[in-house]
Design a protein around this ligand. Structure first.
Ligand SMILES: *[C@@H]1O[C@H](CO)[C@@H](O)[C@H](O)[C@H]1NC(C)=O
Ligand SMILES: *[C@@H]1O[C@H](CO)[C@@H](O)[C@H](O)[C@H]1NC(C)=O
Ligand SMILES: *[C@@H]1O[C@H](CO)[C@@H](O)[C@H](O)[C@H]1NC(C)=O
Ligand SMILES: *[C@@H]1O[C@H](CO)[C@@H](O)[C@H](O)[C@H]1NC(C)=O
Length: 447
């Protein structure tokens, strides 16, 4: 989900002033350690709920929690919802996160053993946020932020105390030096209900997408989020630079990749550029975007590192079915002049995304900067040709889901049990030199 980034972006000025060194803690009682459980399958229950949110299962002191996986924030909180969690270490310090959508989560920072797939982090800092309203009405039991440390309230609150406030993924990379310090995401599509989320991997790549490591390395411009420079937007072969911030050295376009945002946010001028001229487009002030005829079809791409990454027309428009049965379609990007373009799930379903923490964000001691890599997984020709049929099916599915059967997604219990085996194979320890014919040193199928 989205935090306020403007401060970070404007004050960072793309310099390294904000790359705060991470201080290691010496109090042994609260030392963080990480172990791998070879017996644990790497099933993190990665799920896609109606294309609106992507979630995974974590365990806190052995108890499972279904949490939204959020590359747009940097810390872990759970709503224990009355569940007794014995043996947590209470710090007596509080932390809160306020999201741009008006929801928030706050409470005491505790240390616990947090398990994520094969990894368990002992003395991981997290927030207990009972009664948070950022749970999608109880569907989620928390948020797992996988953004860089600079965006973390917990980190900032615990900095200088005996406690380690680093987030879960950073702790994993900090402790396990043989683990390649990246996460990857490949987000699935589903019109209704709960589906397998796609791929969420730590230190591993999807076997037939290993060529991602040859794509341009997009520098992370500040340690508070997965932020990088964009090269603008292409719509039906027309170009817009999509500037988001004026700077002393010229205007810049900054983007953040946020799995925790369903749609996206672009500057108003860019939303106009993309959607205004579509026949039948009407600006809807209450939604901050255009209402569109549902059959509207456009070719758009986002440019990063000089590469145009096409967005499937099915992701350029979203569909809503009202209780009255009326179907309304909207642009899949809202207008917001916040200093940053937010590329949420509607963009991220079109790319395989690699978020590399480097040494900069893990403080491993080397000089590897943090960077992002994106590999297109959308064939624009195929997407164009299949849109009409897919779109009709999507609308039919959504109407059926709303009126003809009991809702599938009622509680988080449905999420942990539903996903079936994935089609993807992951490979570890892929080196740049070997990328063309990467030989996996370990392979297994994600459950
Ligand atoms: C957390 O993990 C450590 C190390 O394995 C163990 O000693 C401790 O008992 C665990 N605590 C809980 C509450 O599971
Ligand atoms: C969520 O809770 C916070 C804190 O209680 C409150 O300030 C905010 O208005 C609530 N937001 C929504 C959308 O209900
Ligand atoms: C969109 O792209 C597809 C594939 O590249 C092409 O066939 C189609 O004509 C394009 N449509 C428009 C409106 O540019
Ligand atoms: C990767 O392989 C899976 C099957 O293992 C397949 O479904 C998928 O389409 C492939 N992706 C690409 C981009 O080739």
């Amino acid at each position: 989900m989205l935090l306020q980034y403007l401060f970070c972006i404007l004050s960072a000025s793309y310099a390294c002033a904000l790359w705060i060194p991470i201080t290691r803690q010496s109090n042994t009682q609260f030392t963080t350690s990480v172990f791998r459980n070879p017996q644990a399958d790497s099933n993190v229950g990665f799920s896609n709920v109606k294309d609106s949110l992507y979630s995974a299962t974590i365990k806190v002191n052995g108890r499972p929690f279904q949490v939204q996986v959020d590359s747009g924030s940097s810390e872990l909180w759970i709503d224990p919802a009355g569940l007794d969690l014995p043996e947590l270490h209470h710090t007596g310090l509080n932390s809160g996160t306020a999201y741009v959508d008006g929801t928030s989560a706050g409470g005491e920072i505790v240390l616990g053993n947090v398990t994520f797939g094969e990894f368990t982090v002992v003395n991981q800092a997290l927030v207990l946020a009972p009664g948070s309203n950022a749970t999608y009405e109880g569907l989620m039991q928390g948020v797992l932020g996988v953004g860089p440390y600079g965006g973390s309230q917990i980190y900032n609150t615990l900095n200088g105390t005996p406690y380690n406030g680093q987030n879960l993924v950073t702790n994993i990379f900090n402790s396990l030096l043989d683990e390649a310090p990246y996460m990857t995401f490949l987000l699935s599509r589903t019109n209704t209900g709960v589906a397998k989320g796609g791929v969420l991997s730590i230190g591993e790549l999807v076997s037939n997408l290993t060529r991602i490591i040859k794509t341009p390395k997009l520098p992370v411009v500040a340690p508070c989020g997965w932020l990088t420079m964009s090269g603008g937007v292409l719509v039906n072969d027309k170009y817009h630079p999509a500037y988001t911030v004026p700077t002393a050295t010229g205007s810049k376009s900054v983007a953040i990749f946020d799995t925790g945002t369903t749609v996206g946010q672009l500057p108003r001028a860019v939303v106009d550029f993309i959607y205004k001229d579509i026949p039948g487009a009407v600006w809807d002030e209450s939604q901050s975007t255009y209402k569109l005829p549902c059959q509207s079809k456009l070719n758009m791409s986002m440019i990063f590192g000089g590469v145009a990454l096409p967005i499937h027309p099915i992701d350029a428009i979203i569909v809503g079915v009202a209780d009255s049965g009326i179907v309304t379609c909207y642009a899949a990007f809202e207008a917001a002049d916040n200093g940053v373009m937010v590329l949420g799930d509607t963009f991220m379903r079109n790319v395989y995304t690699l978020l590399n923490f480097g040494d900069q964000l893990t403080h491993r001691g080397g000089n590897e900067p943090a960077y992002i890599q994106l590999l297109s997984v959308t064939d624009p020709e195929q997407a164009w040709n299949e849109f009409d049929q897919l779109n009709v099916k999507r609308i039919e599915d959504m109407i059926y889901d709303k009126f003809a059967r009991e809702p599938l997604v009622r509680s988080s219990a449905a999420l942990t049990t539903s996903p079936t085996a994935s089609r993807y194979t992951l490979v570890g320890h892929v080196t740049i030199a070997a990328s063309a014919t990467a030989t996996p040193t370990s392979t297994y199928t994600v459950q």
